[in-house]
Each structure stands twice: as structure tokens, then as C-alpha cells.
Design a protein around this ligand. Structure first.
Ligand SMILES: [Mn+2]
Length: 223
């Protein structure tokens, strides 16, 4: 099995504490614990609206995910429906603004997912540590909550050993891809999370410039 590490923290300015508008969710499929649903979302639209949008998007997507039989989730079609369910749920929630959404289902040997916005998923084969930016082709707009979001699907086989990162732009934008890729080569688990948090902080300390949400999944040996 893979190990999962997570961090989600609000950004802000020194002395001003902001609320976190990011949200993430990691949950097994209700009918098959080998299928792990993972999602990150970055809400926009003012404090309450953004936080509400990202949470509703993740929970509505997971609810829709759970209505599909595990074998069907290996195919593309359910994913467009899961994304639409999240899009509609956010649109219909009066408190909610808009949000990004990057989500996937992790299986023992492959992953499949879909995304809208600028949150990112990056997969590293631990043998060569070369990054595969699975969300590179996603559309920034229209966002989740517009009722018109169009997801871009991605899938990949999973190597025996790998690291998989799901993150909001508060991670990649303020750290940069080169430092992220380097960190993955030098660290793992909690140490990798701690290192990336330090890299994203201005001058290595103080509050993040933007909400910082990172889900790290890694498998280092067969089990
Ligand atoms: Mn952000």
C-alpha cells in the first residue's frame, strides 16, 4: 500500500491570519478500499465563498465517485459525470464561489483522474525521478461552480515505486517546479512536506503567500 501525507494551511501577511480557501479530501471507495479517491481544490470568491466552494466540490465529487462501481471508475466516462456533479453542486450552493478541482482515483497499478483550473498533479517514477505533469493540459476556465466546467482527463500506469503530488497553486507557484522536482529527489514523506513548505515561504519563514495544500502519496516498495 501507498503512504499518504497531507498539509493544508492558510496563506496571509505577517500579523494577519487568513482563512484557508483550499480543501482536500482523501477517502477510499465505499465498496473497495483498494481504490483511493484524492482531490484538491482551491476556492475563489472571498473568504467564505471560496472555502465553501472548495469543500463542496470535493465532497460532492466524492459522493458521485461512490455511486460508481469500482470497475467502472477505470473508464473515462464516469469522470466527466463526477466533475459535472461537483460543478453543479457548487453552482447550486448559494454560499459558494468558484473553485479549481483536481481529483483522481488511485488503484494499485494505475491512476485516472480529471481536473479544471490550476491545481496540479505531478507523478514521479522513483526509479528515475522524472516528473510527469498529469494536469498539464487542463483548462483554467470555466471554473467549478460555473455550471460549464470542462474537465481534462489524465491517466497513468503506476510504477512499483513512485511519488505522487497533488497541490494547489500556493505550492507550485511560490516554490517553482525545479525546486519541487529537486525536493522529490532528496526527500520523502514528512521531510519532503516540511522541505516544500519552507521553500514556499518568503525567505523560508513567515506565512505563505497563498493557501498551501499538498497531498503526497508514495510507495517505496512492493507490499
Ligand atoms: Mn491558490
Amino acid at each position: 500500500m501507498a503512504d499518504i501525507f497531507t498539509v493544508s494551511e492558510a496563506g496571509g501577511r505577517p500579523g494577519i491570519k487568513l482563512s484557508n480557501e483550499d480543501f482536500y479530501l482523501v477517502q477510499p471507495h465505499p465498496d473497495d478500499p483498494e481504490l483511493i479517491f484524492c482531490a484538491v481544490a482551491d476556492g475563489q470568491g472571498g473568504r467564505a465563498g471560496g472555502a465553501c466552494a472548495s469543500e463542496v466540490a470535493c465532497t460532492a465529487a466524492f459522493a458521485a465517485f461512490g455511486t460508481f462501481a469500482p470497475w467502472r471508475l477505470a473508464w473515462e466516462r464516469p469522470w466527466n459525470q463526477i466533475l459535472q456533479a461537483a460543478d453543479l453542486a457548487v453552482k447550486q450552493e448559494p454560499q459558494a464561489g468558484m473553485t479549481t478541482l483536481a481529483m483522481l482515483c488511485l488503484r494499485p497499478q494505475q491512476l485516472i483522474g480529471i481536473s479544471v483550473g490550476d491545481s496540479a498533479v505531478s507523478l514521479y517514477n522513483t526509479a528515475d525521478l522524472q516528473p510527469d505533469r498529469l494536469t498539464a493540459k487542463q483548462r483554467a476556465n470555466p471554473p467549478i461552480g460555473s455550471g460549464q466546467a470542462v474537465g481534462e482527463l489524465f491517466r497513468s500506469s503506476l510504477p512499483t515505486v513512485y511519488r505522487l503530488l497533488l497541490m494547489t497553486d500556493g505550492v507550485w507557484k511560490y516554490t517553482g517546479w525545479d525546486p519541487i522536482d529537486k525536493a522529490v529527489q532528496g526527500f520523502q514523506g514528512d521531510a519532503l512536506l516540511a522541505h516544500l513548505q519552507q521553500e514556499a515561504r518568503p525567505y523560508g519563514r513567515g506565512p505563505f503567500k497563498d493557501d498551501f495544500t499538498l497531498v503526497l502519496i508514495e510507495r517505496d516498495k512492493l507490499s
